[in-house]
Design a protein around this ligand. Structure first.
Ligand code: AP5
Ligand code: MG
Length: 211
C-alpha cells in the first residue's frame, strides 16, 4: 500500500490536530498543517506583512504564503494528513493542481462546543501535544504528559478571537466542505464524541480507502 493522502476538514477546535497526531502514529505519514507552520514563522516578513498580523486577528493569511508552504511540504512527504488547508475556494483549486487525495474527512462539531474546546486548550511548547483544562487534563497542571514540556495557551484562543475564527471559517471554508460533499467524496464524522470514539471512525475510514 502506498502511504495515504488524507485531507482533514473541520472548524477551529473540531479536533483536527488531535486526530492528525493519531493518524501520524498509525499510518506513518507526515502531519502537514499550515497553522503550525505559520506559528513557527509568525514574525517572518513577507510582501503581505507578517503572518502574526492576520493570525492574532483570527483572519486568513494571504493565499500565496500558505500555498507555498503546502507545496513544499507535500513534495517532501511520503503520505500525509493535511490539516488547516484548504480554507477557501482558491486554495482548493491550487491543492487540486498539485496533488491527489485518497480520503477527505470532515469532523462535525457545533459552535458552542468549539468555543469551549478552543478557550480551554493547552499546547506543549516542545512536542505540540494538545490538552484541555477540562476534557483532557494533563497529569500535572501545566506540564506535558508526553515529553515534560511546558504547556501554553495559544494567542488566538481567547474567546473573542476564537469566535472570529469560527465566523471566518463559516464564510470561507464551509464552501470547501460543500465542494467535497458535492463530489461525493466527503466522509462525515460526528466529532462531538470522545477523542477515542472519533478516532475509531477516522482510522477505519482511512484504512478502508487507502488500500
Ligand atoms: P490553525 O492552527 O489551522 O487553527 P484552526 O483551523 O483554527 O484549528 P485549531 O488548531 O484551532 O483546531 P483543531 O481542529 O486542530 O483542534 P484540536 O485538535 O487542537 O490556524 C490558525 C491560524 O493560522 C488561522 O486563524 C489563520 O490565521 C492561519 N492559517 C492557517 N492555515 C491557513 C490557511 N490555509 N490559509 C490562511 N490562513 C491560515 O482540539 C481543540 C481542543 O479540543 C483541544 O484542547 C483538545 O484537547 C480538545 N479536543 C479535541 N478533540 C476532542 C474531543 N473529541 N472531545 C473533547 N475535547 C476534544
Ligand atoms: Mg490544529
Amino acid at each position: 500500500m502506498s502511504n495515504p493522502h488524507v485531507l482533514l476538514l473541520g472548524a477551529p477546535g473540531a479536533g483536527k490536530g488531535t486526530q492528525s497526531r493519531r493518524l501520524v502514529d498509525e499510518f506513518g505519514i507526515e502531519h502537514v498543517t499550515t497553522g503550525d507552520a505559520l506559528r513557527e514563522n509568525k514574525q517572518m516578513e513577507t510582501e503581505y506583512g507578517t503572518p502574526a498580523e492576520y493570525m492574532d486577528a483570527g483572519e486568513l493569511v494571504p493565499d500565496p504564503v500558505v500555498n507555498e508552504i503546502v507545496k513544499v511540504a507535500l513534495e517532501e512527504a511520503d503520505g500525509y494528513v493535511l490539516d488547516g488547508y484548504p480554507r477557501n475556494e482558491s486554495q482548493t483549486e491550487y491543492l487540486d493542481s498539485i496533488t491527489d487525495l485518497d480520503v477527505v474527512l470532515y469532523l462535525d462539531v457545533a459552535e458552542d462546543e468549539l468555543v469551549r474546546r478552543l478557550t480551554g486548550r493547552r499546547v506543549c511548547d516542545d512536542c505540540g501535544a494538545t490538552f484541555h483544562v477540562e476534557f483532557d487534563q494533563p497529569e500535572e497542571e501545566g506540564v506535558c504528559d508526553e515529553c515534560g514540556g511546558d504547556l501554553y495557551q495559544r494567542e488566538d484562543d481567547t474567546e473573542e478571537t476564537a469566535r472570529e475564527r469560527i465566523s471566518v471559517y463559516e464564510e470561507n471554508t464551509t464552501p470547501v466542505v460543500e465542494y467535497f460533499r458535492d463530489q461525493g467524496v466527503l466522509v462525515e464524522v460526528d466529532g462531538e464524541r470522545t477523542p477515542d470514539e472519533v478516532w475509531t471512525d477516522v482510522r477505519d475510514a482511512v484504512a478502508e480507502r487507502a488500500d
